[in-house]
Design a protein around this ligand. Structure first.
Ligand code: SAM
Length: 265
């Protein structure tokens, strides 16, 4: 990604993207594959992806040849990159906020979004999930892949400290929830939980980097880090916080099904 770089203030995910990192979600590609398996996308599905970023999951989904695929991405440059993977009938990329998607009600059978709810305020999280509900047909499935705070009873003071450290390092709001809270957000909006998985938050661990980016990708990222001192400082600061709080941070994927209106449980 060729961002006009203000490396001191740029959101951490764009720092990583500018260095060549493509997978920008906490549980890595393995968790993405798990979420997609639970979503079980097939050729009859009408899919909406929230916040595709650099389009790594978009490419996996498009290989499943769904009836329809629409990406909703608010960053123009990222949307342009995703657009380069998306062509043909019933394929689109819209530059829009997932809180207000310019599509009619009940336009999808599957919606998913990765590493995009964690950075939102509580009100924004609710609005995005409500939008997923509006856009889904009854019985449709919604998948999320986000940052999880563990254990469920971690005291608020510790949670606040972790949120502050992460936000300072990443330069965006970072508000992970606990497994129970993520589930409740979905249940409150009328979803039934189908599956929940967690994985270590190893976004910047060497083993995960190789799994997600391949050896060639990691060598390219390493070369770019060596050449760019400001970006290197940002990456090291982020990594330091991820390592420091590793015991309390995870990736989480949840797949939920939209219950028909009037269904209580
Ligand atoms: C951390 S990146 C994750 C990208 C990609 N999903 C991935 O996992 O690699 C966050 C992405 O969410 C997008 N984003 C954040 N809030 C959004 C919103 N309200 N509507 C649409 N896109 C949003 C950002 O532009 C960015 O592409």
């Amino acid at each position: 990604m060729n961002l006009q770089a203000d490396y001191k203030n740029m959101p951490g995910h764009w720092v990583l993207a500018s260095l060549g990192k493509k997978v920008l979600r906490p549980g890595g590609l393995q968790m993405t594959r798990q979420m997609l398996a639970d979503l079980n996308i097939d050729e009859q599905d009408e899919v909406i992806e929230f916040a595709p970023g650099l389009g790594v999951t978009a490419q996996i989904t498009l290989r499943k040849n769904p009836l329809k695929y629409v990406a909703i991405e608010q960053n123009e440059e990222a949307a342009g990159i995703v657009r380069s993977y998306v062509n043909g009938n019933n394929r689109d990329v819209l530059i829009a906020n997932a809180e207000h998607v310019p599509l009619p009600d009940a336009s999808a059978t599957i919606i998913y979004g990765e590493a995009m709810l964690t950075m939102q305020t509580p009100a924004q999280k609710s609005r995005i999930i409500a939008e997923a509900k509006r856009l889904l047909k009854p019985g449709g499935r919604y998948g999320i892949h986000e940052m999880n705070m563990a254990p469920v009873d971690l005291e608020e003071s510790a949670r606040k400290e972790i949120r502050q450290h992460l936000a300072k390092a990443i330069r965006v709001n970072v508000a992970p929830l606990t497994e129970e809270e993520w589930q409740q957000l979905l249940i409150q909006q009328g979803f039934k939980i189908i599956s929940v998985h967690t994985a270590p938050m190893h976004l910047l661990h060497l083993r995960r980097l190789i799994q997600d980016e391949g050896l060639k990708g990691v060598l390219k990222i390493a070369g770019n880090i060596v050449k760019n001192r400001q970006a290197r400082d940002r990456v090291l600061t982020m990594r330091k916080q991820f390592v420091k709080h590793a015991a309390h941070l995870q990736g989480i994927s949840i797949v939920a099904e939209l219950l028909p209106v009037g269904h209580t449980k």
